[in-house]
Design a protein around this ligand. Structure first.
Ligand code: PLP
Length: 180
């Protein structure tokens, strides 16, 4: 008998049992809207704030820096658009290997004439060309957002390419620091 093996964990994975156990009370009994002031809402709000504290503690952040979103598309949209509206970003450097939610967001901002968008060259495996990134950064000192999704960077889900994360992240960091 043939056995089916799921190999697409780069795209999505099953929910771990302990996550499901922690969430079950809020998917069934305590389903109150956390923005509501009634008891059901306050119970859910307390659980969310407790989770926020746990996540912040795990990565050494403050609770005000933790935002829960519905997923990748919402997170990417929020971060990119807030960089433009709140941090004064006028230029975005990204790569053609990005997820389409990134490409569509930056294209939208470009159409609104809010930013210039430049693409860093990539090789056939989806790896960015760091010399090109350096050239792009050196060409202007306008407030710039460099968008390279970490997940896309470490493991390109579209191409199945595994990138050498630490060394290359260090190169991006030092290149950006030079042009701060
Ligand atoms: C790098 C990256 N960004 C964004 C997304 C979109 O995420 P979601 O489907 O949660 O909106 C994905 C989905 O695979 C992704 O790999």
């Amino acid at each position: 008998m043939s056995r089916r093996v799921y190999l697409d964990n780069a795209a999505t994975t099953p929910v771990r049992q302990e996550v499901l156990d922690a969430m079950m009370p809020f998917l069934t009994g305590n389903f109150g809207n956390p923005s509501s002031i009634h008891q059901e809402g306050r119970t859910t709000r307390a659980a969310i704030e407790s989770a926020r504290k746990t996540v912040a503690g795990l990565i050494g952040a403050s609770t005000g820096e933790i935002f829960f979103t519905s997923g990748g598309t919402e997170s990417n949209n929020m971060a990119i658009k807030c960089a433009v509206t709140d941090l004064g970003v006028k230029r975005i450097i990204t790569s053609p290997a990005e997820h389409h939610c990134v490409k569509n967001s930056v294209e939208h901002l470009k159409e609104l004439h809010l930013v210039n968008v430049e693409m860093v060259r990539i090789d056939k495996y989806g790896m960015p060309d760091f010399n090109h990134l350096e050239e792009l950064l050196a060409s202007s000192d306008i407030q710039c957002l460099i968008w390279q999704s970490f997940q896309q960077y470490v493991r390109n889900t579209e191409r199945g390419c595994i990138q050498i994360r630490c060394r290359r992240l260090a190169i991006i960091k030092s290149t950006c620091s030079k042009h701060r």
